[in-house]
Design a protein around this ligand. Structure first.
Ligand code: ADP
Length: 170
């Protein structure tokens, strides 16, 4: 399994599946979710509405797959990250964040996909500390070599610096 680190916009990324840090409604939101729906066009929202009609909302740590619409990627995997609880130990939230990464890779594999790109799930409005979230993301991917290629796409400088350091300490 190859692990790559990229700084940039995940919507521009040509890979089998890009992962969306969605919310449980699956109907779009701000941050990377908004960027993916904007760049991918209405086909993604339509697909998500269809999924919602069938199964209801998506639970934290779980995943669904949709078309990628106009994006260069083949598919979008939507996962719902946990909201970090300030002042609590967040053991459950850490586990749920790991589930997001693991379940995304498993769903990609089930769909015959071999490469995936992850944003830094839960480190935006869901306010997970970036260092903690990066450690969970990297360990979960390394311990689960399910796909051939995993790309971590960092949009902000702080995440990129954290990932660079963690991945070069191998
Ligand atoms: P969450 O609700 O899971 O915290 P956000 O979208 O608010 O989701 O933030 C998750 C991460 O996505 C943040 O680190 C943010 O910098 C990053 N991000 C925002 N836009 C993009 C984009 N176009 N491509 C990749 N990452 C993005």
């Amino acid at each position: 399994m190859k692990i790559n680190l990229i700084k940039g916009d995940i919507t521009k990324f040509k890979v089998d599946a890009i992962v969306n840090a969605a919310n449980s409604s699956l109907l779009g939101g701000s941050g990377v979710d908004g960027a993916i729906h904007r760049a991918g066009g209405p086909a993604i929202l339509e697909a998500c509405q269809h999924i919602r009609n069938k199964q209801g909302s998506c639970k934290v740590g779980e995943v669904v797959i949709s078309t990628a619409g106009n994006l260069p990627a083949k598919k979008v995997i939507h996962t719902v990250g946990p909201v970090y609880q300030i002042g609590k130990n967040n053991e459950k939230e850490k586990e749920l964040l790991a589930n997001c990464y693991q379940n995304s890779m498993l769903l990609a594999k089930e769909n015959g996909l071999t490469s995936i790109a992850f944003p830094n799930i839960s480190t935006g409005i869901y306010r997970f500390p970036k260092q903690v979230a990066a450690e969970i993301a990297i360990i979960t991917v390394q311990n689960n070599p399910i796909l051939e290629e995993v790309n971590f796409v960092c949009f902000d400088e702080e995440n990129h610096t954290i990932y660079k350091k963690l991945l070069s300490n191998e």
